[in-house]
Design a protein around this ligand. Structure first.
Ligand code: GDP
Ligand code: K
Ligand code: MG
Length: 297
């Protein structure tokens, strides 16, 4: 009575901050996508891989669909479009604690462009909503379209995560595993480290600054002789005034960013980390094609 193994691609879409990256990490069981309370935290299509006895979920975490305002915004939308072209299941995430709005409806309508993908609705953050609010949200969501299934979850408390994973696997095609058991993400180490530094830098900055921060890595040295992992990184902002904010009084803020980043990177590399973090200005890089290329977009 062996059930067929299933494997395929699943993506979470939804407005910024509805919990897509947190859900990805919770399902994978490891931090593969950075999260924060700031919009535009996710800039790349990250694949987190969930291994289960019944199948393999390859999670594609998108930067989110929004109307582009800058060249960076346009590039991000291109990433979303090409990522979504061949996924098996698309999950619209809406938080339990906020009424459905035009943003949710806009993204729901975008799903029509991908008729082959199965559509699932996920009501996120049920830990911060009352039972009746969750029920109301489930009802509102059910009216948006015909869903393969609608599932309420909390990535924070883990409520219903196993059921979500099982339901998603059931919607995938029969297939051999697509990734080896030990692989949890396709992102390389350098990209993950850059993202962890960016996450550390995002904490505590005001809402317009996150869009202006980009991280590049000049060099990584795994020193066998010293039990030390050295990272030489740059933190780019767009204006001189932002440089001051990031560095803080007598460098205090930058020191905090460095400490937070090191604490996040050390479990990943399994070693003590030395981090050199230089703050640089790349004037208006979000709107400049050449600079976008240099920063990896
Ligand atoms: P994304 O922009 O959709 O990827 O959202 P994130 O995963 O970055 O999460 C945005 C914010 O919501 C963060 O502050 C998370 O800690 C918070 N969050 C995510 N999932 C949950 C959840 O299940 N419960 C609660 N209470 N907060 C959550
Ligand atoms: K976010
Ligand atoms: Mg995200």
């Amino acid at each position: 009575m062996s059930e067929q193994f299933r494997a395929g691609f699943v993506t979470f879409v939804g407005r910024p901050n509805v919990g897509k990256s947190t859900l990805t990490n919770a399902l994978v069981g490891e931090k593969v996508a950075i999260t924060s309370s700031k919009p535009q935290t996710t800039r790349r299509a990250i694949r987190g891989i969930v291994h289960r006895p019944d199948g393999q979920l390859i999670l594609v975490d998108t930067p989110g669909m929004h109307r582009p305002r800058t060249l960076l915004g346009e590039r991000l939308n291109d990433v979303v479009q090409s990522t979504l072209a061949d996924v098996d299941v698309m999950c619209l995430c809406v938080p339990a604690n906020e009424k459905l709005g035009p943003g949710d409806r806009f993204i729901n309508e975008q799903l029509d462009q991908f008729p082959k993908a199965k559509k699932v609705a996920i009501v996120t953050k049920v830990d911060v909503a009352s039972k009746s609010a969750v029920a109301e949200q489930l009802l509102a969501v059910s009216r948006l379209r015909e869903w393969a299934t609608i599932i309420p979850v909390s990535a924070l408390t883990g409520v219903q995560l196993d059921i979500l994973a099982a339901e998603l696997v059931a919607l995938l095609p029969e297939s051999e595993p697509l990734y080896p058991r030990e692989t949890v993400t396709e992102e390389d180490l350098e990209a993950r480290i850059a993202e962890l530094i960016r996450e550390a830098a995002l904490e505590g900055v005001s809402d317009e600054l996150p869009h202006s921060i980009a991280i590049t890595i000049d060099d990584m040295v795994d020193r066998d002789d010293k039990e030390l992992f050295e990272i030489y990184a740059n933190l780019f902002v767009e204006r001189d005034s932002q440089k001051g904010i990031i560095i803080g009084h007598k460098g205090s803020r930058l020191a905090e960013v460095g400490a937070r980043a090191r604490a996040a990177i050390e479990p990943l590399v399994g070693k003590q980390v030395f981090l050199s973090l230089r703050v640089k200005v790349a004037k208006d890089w979000q709107r400049d094609a050449k600079q976008l290329g240099r920063l990896g977009f």
